[in-house]
Design a protein around this ligand. Sequence first.
Ligand SMILES: Cc1cc2nc3c(=O)[nH]c(=O)nc-3n(C[C@H](O)[C@H](O)[C@H](O)COP(=O)(O)OP(=O)(O)OC[C@H]3O[C@@H](n4cnc5c(N)ncnc54)[C@H](O)[C@@H]3O)c2cc1C
Length: 405
Amino acid sequence: MTRVVILGGGFGGLAAAQELAGRCQVTLVDRRKWFEYLPAIHELVSGVKKPEHLRLPLAELVARMGHRFLLDEVARIEPDNHRIDLVSGGSLPYDLLIMALGGVDATQRVTGARDHARFFKSVDDCAGIGSRLAELAGKNRVFDVVVVGGGLEGVETLGEILRRFRSYESIRIHLVDGARRLLRDAPPEVDRHLRSLIQPYGVELLLQERVIEVTEGTVRLHSGREIPSDLTIWTGGIGPPPVLERSGLTGGPGEWLEVGQTLQSIEQEGLFGVGDLVSLPGGLSKQAYHALDMGRLAARNLERLVAGRSLLPFVPSAKPMLLSFGDLSGYLIWEGKVLEGTAVNLAKESVYQLVMGRFDPPSPRRSLGRLGSRLAAAGRELVWPTLSSVGRLVGMGRLRVLAWR
Ligand SMILES: Cc1cc2nc3c(=O)[nH]c(=O)nc-3n(C[C@H](O)[C@H](O)[C@H](O)COP(=O)(O)OP(=O)(O)OC[C@H]3O[C@@H](n4cnc5c(N)ncnc54)[C@H](O)[C@@H]3O)c2cc1C
């Protein structure tokens, strides 16, 4: 029997496992007990969502698909021996492998960042940021929060901080980014609109700036400026997991796993790569919806490889980016087109409910309970505050065109 292993139970790995359910037996390895819905982890900062709303138990999900789950960390892959070395000391042989290990926080080797900044890559990270903010706000003294990064994650985090703490006079918020505008890849109208929204709350934007050092109480910038910081939140991009280089699967540090259009590794026939981990010809943004599509295709191609059939190419689907800005606004960005309004946040919430429901269909009683808890939280934190305020309800129905090219 062909031994199929999937490394990583995030979007890409779990989608691949689901596609192979009932077709072949798979071992899925992850160092976490949970699948985590990363595109909504910023909502933990304001408390709109709780950790249990963003996690699903991998062992239960994978068992329901008819596969085996192994809770362990991958130390190294030995592609020539078709073996995976695990941190627990064991090893796992395979015939065919799907790698879906995602990325790690890139600190761009900034001194002190690893020790003194809070990262933004897991449910625990963001729940910790929310708790620290609540603790600082409870102390009745002025405190400084520095958000490093003005991309999607940095902006969404800023929105959540403002959702919960904008009425606090004691908070001083600073956002640092190397670009000239927020969300550098989006049309400039988004940056202009965001600035108008944050202007009343005195958020300091430090653009075209670079962080060179983080200490326990400060953030030092390239320009020489030193900002006091009680909480430094690092959202400055992701890099490849070190296990790739350690396994000789890339040419050097900072390189992603190179795959062809069929998601097969360019060097190893029996190895497929999906999600954030891979570099595709022509490049592709690192998004959950691409990871889901890649996971499904890699699973189908794996079966085709076994059957001796030709492999199918990955054709990225064109989907709009949905960006929430706390309860102040939301943006649907699609190439040169931008729609703005809080209705976008309900669209984003629906995507979350759909993906979670797809991985965790509400048939067993426990799944039904989890679905109920997610829907109750959405009603309590998002829908009810909107319905109970006439102003917001009117705003809800107003979706403005910010740009149309
Ligand atoms: C804050 C934030 C906001 C985002 N917003 C959006 C959005 O709005 N829309 C969108 O489409 N995308 C968004 N993304 C991106 C999206 O989350 C990623 O593209 C997606 O998670 C990639 O899926 P993946 O399966 O490749 O990796 P992941 O989901 O990161 O899963 C990787 C899995 O591998 C496991 N793993 C890693 N290393 C090891 C190891 N050595 N051993 C064992 N297990 C290991 C991890 O525990 C994890 O479960 C956002 C990401 C973040 C962080």
